[in-house]
Design a protein around this ligand. Structure first.
Ligand code: DX5
Ligand code: ZN
Length: 225
């Protein structure tokens, strides 16, 4: 299991310290929630901060783009250090083209789907993806309650990936904490994102260990050729 703390829930007055702390606590990725106030009802930060964060850590950066016209900004986020980029299926005109762009730039390509978005919308693209981001809250804010109804979708995605022997990883994002991590892992997640579940706890190391709870091994990543 890979753990990706989302810095949206960090204390921004001491961001450098927060990033170093999750690195030391055993995080695998840094999840960056990019919101534009149009696709979601909140605004966070853009490439400038991603660039600064890239200088604060050796960890890979995972940019979750909750913005309209993400294609316009892929190159910029990659330049600023994003190693993984996900965009929401509704936000692009030519999904395959968007995936190809990211892959050509050696960036891990992911598609995100909201709780109400049916899995069948992304099935045709899963074979080309490095990861599928399944949202378990409505995107926009950290600290929301996990929507258990999405578990079935995670199970169905796992099933599809395994049956077709695909390498796409399943990332689950929204309301994940030490209490529900195990059911999410059992449903088929490879990567757990957690905002409040890490940064609003006293002991980040313990929080990350609890999220990793289950014995599920680290998912293997396809090597770039
Ligand atoms: C929601 C974001 C999530 C979220 C994570 O729009 O994509 O990454 O903020 O925070 P928690 O784990 O607190 O829900
Ligand atoms: Zn996110």
């Amino acid at each position: 299991m890979k753990i990706a703390p989302s810095i949206i829930a960090a204390d921004f007055t001491k961001l450098n310290k927060e990033i170093k702390a999750i690195e030391k606590a055993g995080a695998d990725l840094v999840h960056l929630d990019i919101m534009d106030g149009v696709f979601v009802p909140n605004i966070t930060f853009g490439p400038m901060l991603v660039e600064a964060i890239n200088q604060m850590t050796e960890l890979e950066l995972d940019a979750h783009l909750m913005i309209v016209n993400p294609d316009k900004y892929f190159e910029r986020f990659i330049e600023c250090g994003a190693d993984w980029i996900s965009f929401h299926i509704e936000t692009v005109k030519n999904t395959k083209k968007s995936i190809n762009f990211l892959k050509k730039r050696r960036c891990r390509a992911g598609i995100a789907i909201n709780p109400e978005t049916p899995l069948k919308k992304v099935l045709p693209f899963i074979e080309y993806l490095d990861f599928l981001l399944i949202m378990t809250v409505r995107p926009g804010f950290y600290g929301q309650k996990f929507i258990p109804g999405v578990l079935k979708k995670i199970e169905r995605a796992r099933d599809f990936i395994d049956k077709n022997r695909l390498s796409c990883l399943i990332q689950v994002d929204g309301g994940i904490n030490g209490e529900n991590a195990e059911i999410v892992a059992n449903a088929g997640a490879d990567i757990l994102v957690a905002g409040a579940g890490v940064f609003k706890t006293k002991d980040y190391k313990k929080a990350i260990e609890n999220l990793r709870c289950c014995e599920k091994e680290q998912p293997s990543l396809v090597k770039f050729s």
